[in-house]
Every structure is written in structure tokens, then in C-alpha cells.
Design a protein around this ligand. Structure first.
Ligand code: UDX
Ligand code: ADP
Length: 461
């Protein structure tokens, strides 16, 4: 089957950039991205491309090229489902906050709603593609809903996990290491896989498109993220040992990264990993393992999360201890709030948890992030359970100079490149003395800061 019309349900960090790139690379395919959130769709359609709801370097140019040609953003979900031959589901799947599996299992209510809507609306055969990160065997649940409540039309369910990293989404989509498509082993399933593969073959080499059964595909996504997160927790565990022994974690990372079996990526010690995927996917893995009675497997992966939580707490404690065991009513400047550079996404950002620990010690926090503003920061704190009184202690500023004015310390939470190029002498002059820098990303030049007069502490040294 030749695909000419695609619909994507969910215009977020995954659906938006992915569909923009598909539309750019496949001008003959009509791509419609739908979302229930009217504000979000309005921003995707807004003529000012600086205000797209998802910030990704290079995304504005891709949207500018394809939007209105063969890329459309709409709130009319039913119409888009009805017209499409292929439907991507890219809705959010947060960790459950209630009931059985609370704090661990993925909340599939948005997925289920999508499946029911597709079942209700579809009048012709459809290929339904899971794009959201989902627990293993979700495709089976989607299939069951579609087959039992549909209008007698045939559905093929594919798993096509997203491997893009935020901040580099456009590049990752244009040059993927691999595209993975899982499908039913039946002839119809294979045909559906071929149809989706053909879409990608407009710009991805066939050798980089791999096929598997649905469950392998679903599990591969969780496993990839678990392995990546595990590397960060591993180097973070070593960072604590470095701080005690006088070794330097960056030197250790460099030395082990040159072993080609280990490789140099994902070895940067930090204040802890964040983002919408790592923690959620590992919790999923832990939950599934437990549900099969695999206690040791569950404990093994859970340790990656335990280490990450420890790292965030440890960073906050180090600030308190260094500032003479009290931060009460002192101003701490946060450089960065997003979970990594080049994104406006703050989900699970280490900054939220470090801020939570510090306001509990009655510190005041002045935040500057190039892409995140006050309402999002307050929302994040509220979501993570910080009380209204404590939230009042957190204020966002227009730039780093204002955020650090009168501060006792600076904490670097996100590795935005621009932080390197600031007038650090000017920042120093306007801070309380002694002025501290806690570099949670090992981003800045410690030697230069020390020469200015800062007391500088990096992670893992
Ligand atoms: C991740 C996967 O990389 C991607 O393939 C998947 O599709 C979604 O999840 P993402 O969460 O966007 O992508 O960002 P990633 O670059 O993986 O970083 C995750 C977190 O780990 C960030 O907070 C980052 O700062 C942190 N990290 C990463 C480190 O602390 N050290 C490192 O060496 C690498
Ligand atoms: P992700 O990082 O997985 O892309 P986001 O939260 O950024 O997650 O995006 C998911 C989007 O899916 C949100 O904009 C949300 O409004 C949308 N969404 C959730 N459920 C539905 C639904 N049933 N129909 C349409 N859109 C939905």
C-alpha cells in the first residue's frame, strides 16, 4: 500500500518534530498533526516561528518549508483519523499518579482514549503506529480495543519507537542511527511494516531500517533508554567516589571512554539525568519485571533511579554544607531549568528537585533559563509537591546578571552553551562574598572562575 495521508495524534515533543521532518522529506504525503490542546495547535500554526510550542534547533526552518504545503496542524481529530491510511499515536504516557502501579506503571489512559476514538471514527482499513514510549505489550491492548469496538475495518498495529533526543531532534530525525519497526508476523503485518518503511526510505537508507516483532520493538525502546540512563548513573556513582579520593571524574571518563568497547558518549557526570523518558522507561521496566516476579531484575534496574535521586540530593546537600550549613534566606542563582540544553522541556529536570531541597532549607532561588519562564517553573514545583509558601521563594529573571545579583552562590543546572560566554567578572562583582559556583554540569572553566575570585566546585572533583 502506498501511503499518501498520515495523521499524528499528539502535537508534543515527539509528534511535532517527527511529523515536520516526515512532511519535509515526503512532499507527496499529506501529514496532519492533531491535538486536543487548542493553544498548542494555535502556536504550531502561528506565523511567528520563534514561538513554536516545542523549541528545537532547526525546527523552525523545517516547519516553515512544509507547513501549509503538506504539513497541517489541527484540532479536528476525527477528520484527520478518517482521512488517513496511517495514524501515529504520539500522546503523552506519564507515570501513573494513582491506583495500582502508582509511581511506576505508565498511565495509558490517553492511549486508550486514542484507540477508542480511532475505533469509533475509522471507516476504512488503517495502520496504527505506536510512537509514544509504552510498556511492552501495549500494542496488544490497542489491538484488542480496535478489534472489538471497531466498525469491522482491519487494523494493523505497528511499534515504531522514537529514538530522537530533545535538543537534537531534527538532526536525529534526519540522520537516525536506525529506524525500528515492529509488526505482526502475518503477511498483513509484514505489508504494514513495508508501507511504513517506504515512508522512511524517502531519506533513510534501507539498511538502517530494521524490522522485528512488536514486543521486541517495544522492549528495545525501554532497554535503549535504560542502558543510556545506566551509563549516566554509573559515572555519577564514580563522581562521588572521585570527590572523596581526589580523582577527577572527567579524567576518569576520558580514560575509560577511549576504550572502544566502552565508547565516549553518555559519560558526562552531572547533577542527574532528567527528561520525560529515562525515569519513566526504567520504572516501566521495573514494574513489568516485578509483575512477572523477577525481583532481581527489577532491583537491578531500580538502582539506576536510586542513584539518580541520590545525585540530585547530594548536589543540593553539598551546596548547603559549603555555605556554612545554612542557606536560610540566602539567594542561590540557578543557571538553567530545562533538563538539558537546547530544549524548553523541563519534565523531570534535576533543577526541580534541587530547588525543592533548597527551598525546604528556606533558601531563595533566582532562576535564569534562556527558554523557560516563571509560570512553567512554578508549575513544575507545584507538580513535584513543593508548597505554595516555598514556591514563593523561587523567582525567574530575564538574564543571568539579574538572577545572580546579590546571590551567595550560583548553581549550574543545565549545560546551555551561552553560560560559558558570560562576563563572569561582572557577575562576581555583584554577588555576596565569598561567591560560590556549583557546576552541576562541569560546563564552566573552573580555573578562570577561581582566578576571578569564585570558590568553584565541579561534580566529581
Ligand atoms: C532520551 C534518549 O536519548 C532518546 O533516544 C529517547 O528517544 C528519549 O530519551 P532525551 O531524554 O531527550 O533522550 O535526552 P538525552 O540526551 O538522552 O539526555 C537525558 C538526560 O541525561 C539529560 O538530563 C542529560 O543532561 C543527561 N545526561 C546525558 C547526563 O547527565 N550525562 C550524559 O553523559 C548524557
Ligand atoms: P511527548 O513528549 O510524548 O510528545 P507531550 O506531552 O509533549 O509528550 O505531547 C503529547 C500531546 O498529546 C499533548 O499535546 C496532548 O495534548 C496530546 N494528547 C493527549 N491525548 C490526546 C488525545 N486523545 N487526542 C489528541 N491529542 C492528545
Amino acid at each position: 500500500m502506498k501511503i499518501t495521508k498520515i495523521c499524528c495524534i499528539g502535537a508534543g515533543y515527539v509528534g511535532g518534530p517527527t511529523m515536520a521532518v516526515i512532511a519535509q522529506k515526503c512532499p507527496d504525503i499529506q501529514v496532519t498533526v492533531v491535538d486536543l490542546n487548542t493553544d498548542r495547535i494555535a502556536l504550531w500554526n502561528h506565523e511567528d516561528l520563534n514561538n513554536l510550542p516545542v523549541y528545537e534547533p532547526g525546527l523552525d526552518a523545517v516547519v516553515a518549508e512544509a507547513r501549509g504545503r503538506n504539513l497541517f496542524f489541527s484540532t479536528d481529530v476525527d477528520k484527520a483519523i478518517d482521512e488517513a491510511q496511517l495514524i501515529f499515536i504520539s500522546v503523552n504516557t506519564p507515570t501513573k499518579t494513582y491506583g495500582s502501579g502508582k509511581g511506576m506503571a505508565a498511565d495509558l489512559k490517553y492511549i486508550e482514549l486514542c484507540a477508542r476514538q480511532i475505533a469509533r471514527v475509522a471507516k476504512t482499513d488503517k495502520i496504527v503506529v505506536e510512537k509514544s514510549t509504552l510498556p511492552v505489550r501495549t500494542a496488544e491492548a490497542i489491538k484488542s480495543i480496535l478489534d472489538h469496538t471497531g466498525n469491522g475495518v482491519q487494523f494493523q498495529i505497528l511499534s515504531n519507537p522514537e529514538f530522537l533526543a530533545e535538543g537534537t531532534a531534527v538532526q536525529d530525525l534526519l540522520n537516525p542511527d536506525r529506524v525500528l519497526i515492529g509488526g505482526d508476523q502475518s503477511p498483513e503485518g509484514q505489508k504494514a511494516i513495508d508501507a511504513l518503511a517506504e515512508v522512511y526510505m524517502n531519506w533513510v537508507a534501507p539498511a538502517n531500517i530494521i524490522r522485528s516483532n512488536v514486543w521486541s520493538s517495544e522492549l528495545s525502546k525501554l532497554t535503549a533508554n535504560a542502558f543510556l540512563a545506566q551509563r549516566v548513573s554509573s559515572i555519577n556513582a564514580i563522581s562521588e567516589l572521585c570527590e572523596k579520593t581526589g580523582a577527577n571524574v572527567s579524567e576518569v571518563a576520558r580514560a575509560i571512554g577511549m576504550d572502544s568497547r566502552i565508547g565516549s558518549k553518555f559519560l558526562k557526570a552531572s547533577v542527574g539525568f532528567g527528561g520525560s523518558c529515562f525515569q519513566k522507561d526504567i520504572l516501566n521496566l521495573v514494574y513489568i519485571s516485578k509483575s512477572f516476579g523477577l525481583v532481581e531484575v527489577a532491583d537491578y534496574w531500580e538502582q539506576v533511579i536510586i542513584m539518580n535521586d541520590h545525585q540530585k540530593r547530594r548536589f543540593a546537600n553539598r551546596i548547603v554544607q559549603t555555605l556554612y550549613n545554612t542557606v536560610a534566606d540566602k539567594k542561590i542563582c540557578f543557571l538553567g531549568w530545562a533538563f538539558k540544553k537546547d530544549t524548553n522541556d523541563t519534565r523531570e529536570s534535576a533543577a526541580i528537585y534541587v530547588a525543592g531541597h533548597l527551598v525546604a532549607e528556606q533558601a531563595n532561588i533566582g532562576v535564569f533559563d534562556p527558554k523557560v519562564e516563571q509560570p512553567q517553573i512554578i508549575f513544575d514545583l507545584e507538580e513535584s509537591g513543593v508548597s505554595q509558601n516555598s514556591r514563593k521563594r523561587v523567582t525567574s529573571y530575564e538574564d543571568a546578571y539579574q538572577a545572580s545579583e546579590g546571590a551567595h552562590a550560583i548553581a549550574v543546572l543545565t549545560e546551555w552553551d551561552e553560560f560559558r560566554h558570560y562576563d563572569w567578572q561582572r557577575i562576581y562583582n555583584n554577588m555576596q562574598k565569598p561567591a560560590f559556583v556549583f557546576d552541576g554540569r562541569n560546563l564552566l572553566d573552573g580555573k578562570k572562575l577561581t582566578e576571578i575570585g569564585f570558590v568553584y566546585q565541579a561534580i566529581g572533583s
